[in-house]
Write a protein of this length. Sequence first.
Length: 149
Amino acid sequence: MSELRELYQEVIFDHNRRPRNRGPLPGANREARGHNPLCGDRITLRLQVEDGVIREARFEGEGCAISTASASLMTEALRGRPVEEAEALFRRFHALVTGEGQPPGEGPPLGKLEVLAGVRAFPSRVKCATLAWHTLEAALHGGGTVTTE
Ligand code: ZN
């Protein structure tokens, strides 16, 4: 079990050091900003959605290792995914990191996103891990700015 935890930490470390899909997205047609005042994490998420499918997802912003790694892992998980499936993934991810209920049995597998399961033990970190996902919800539902407080 501790080996698994080390592996998880390694993935988070790697995604924080070399975030995937970080930068502007010129062809974006969805955008939202997220702010986690408790930790100071800020994210701007941009998506290119076509025919109900997220073709591209990129983010910008500054934050702690958990929020950066989570945004990086999320954008990787979103690319090429239908919007409905992305929302189902968010519900499963949210259940995973909050420990509230079991992840719904139906739906896409969490895959690499499971490396963030460890934040469950640290309530303040849950907000860091879910910030990108709340920002995704905002981007898919009209944009604007979301805050975790
Ligand atoms: Zn944070």
